[in-house]
Design a protein. Structure first.
Length: 353
């Protein structure tokens, strides 16, 4: 078991890794300081693990990204109202990224903010959505357009939950682990290369090590720039193209970000920041984890989605490039510059080098 503390203006978050959460009696009630607990979860997580939740009311939301909306938050507020929640209440989100986002958003806005904690049950939520205090919902096709920065008081990562996930969902999380390695941790990258079989077999000891390293990279950045005025933008590596691909091509988040990371790596190479063998190394790594490095993209719709990226400022995008492996830098690029190189960035790998 290990823990990391994230200290930021939006609160202090203690992230604990490797505790068998639902087997330790009273763990969650004690972390909630004896307050009245309301759990937010989804039907699937409740069916698999609900019998081991702490004794409390559970509000269930629908599964999947399509439920990350204000309508879902509205229904959660109604449930809070009918449960008569007050300032002595504590909200606990138990589930994947959508549950973590909805629980954090509803908790941080209801009654002007209730304390909350998260138990992320997917690898993606353990290494990304559940940590860092961004709580948001999608709006009119824009991802995470509405939200808050507010830190969960605790995050409990229990790797036993990962055993009930489909492998495609595990890969979604691994794409974010690869991202953290590429932007800030060369040792993690080497470990991802040498320990691939153990990682893919979800051995808890190695999963704990890669999640810990991944979170150390993320927590360091978030504690220096919680509200994404600068350095936190590095965590969007691969996500500018990735979100546009996810929105238009119907690929999963991990698949889209993987393609987006390769496109960003190729752009870094074109700008003289990354060597061709580094791009190949990144492609090998991503392929080794069963994730795509390229796909036939509908250029017009991807470019259209890029133009609607909420992080765009006028005609500029804060684009994250790699400055060598394990280091990232942010460049303000014109949308038109990305349009001009788009075709080269989409080429399948035999065209590199
Ligand atoms: N998922 C990117 C961030 O937390 O900033």
């Amino acid at each position: 078991m290990r823990s990391i503390e994230l200290q930021a203006a939006g609160g202090t978050s203690r992230i604990t890794l490797g505790l068998p959460v639902t087997s330790v009696p009273n763990l969650i009630p004690e972390l909630c300081q004896g307050r009245r607990i309301t759990v937010i979860t989804d039907g699937e997580v409740y069916a698999l693990h609900g019998d081991r939740f702490p004794e409390c009311n559970a509000v269930k939301i629908g599964e999947g990204e399509k439920g990350k909306t204000l309508e879902t938050v509205h229904r959660v507020y109604e449930a809070f109202l009918s449960l008569d929640l007050d300032r002595s209440s504590f909200i606990v989100g138990i589930g994947g990224g959508v549950v973590c986002d909805i629980a954090g958003f509803a908790a941080s806005t209801y009654l002007r903010g209730l304390p909350f904690g998260l138990v992320p049950t997917t690898l993606l939520a353990q290494v990304d959505a559940g940590v860092g205090g961004k709580n948001g919902v999608n709006f009119h096709g824009y991802k995470n357009l509405i939200g808050t920065f507010s830190q969960p008081q605790f995050v409990l990562c229990d790797f036993r939950f990962l055993k009930t996930l489909p492998m495609a969902e595990v890969r979604n999380g691994l794409a974010e682990v690869i991202k953290h390695a590429l932007i800030g941790d060369r040792d993690l990258l080497s470990r991802l290369e040498t320990e691939r079989e153990r990682i893919l077999s979800l051995r808890e000891d190695i999963i704990e090590e890669i999640v810990y390293a991944s979170l150390e990279a993320k927590v360091g950045i978030v504690s220096r720039d919680e509200k994404e005025g600068g350095e936190r933008r590095k965590l969007n590596f691969g996500h500018t193209f990735g979100h546009a691909i996810e929105k238009t091509m119907g690929l999963s988040h991990g698949e889209s970000v993987s393609i987006g990371m390769v496109m960003a790596a190729k752009l870094s190479m074109a700008m003289g920041l990354l060597a061709v063998h580094d791009v190949r190394r990144i492609q090998d790594m991503i392929e080794g984890y069963g994730l795509p490095t390229a796909t036939a993209l509908d250029k017009e719709s991807v470019i259209d989605a890029l133009g609607k990226d909420k992080k765009r400022e006028d005609e500029d995008i804060h684009f994250v490039l790699l400055d060598g492996i394990g280091a990232a830098r942010i460049e303000r690029l014109k949308l038109q510059e990305l349009v001009e190189v788009f075709d080269d960035l989409c080429e399948h790998r035999r065209a590199v080098g």
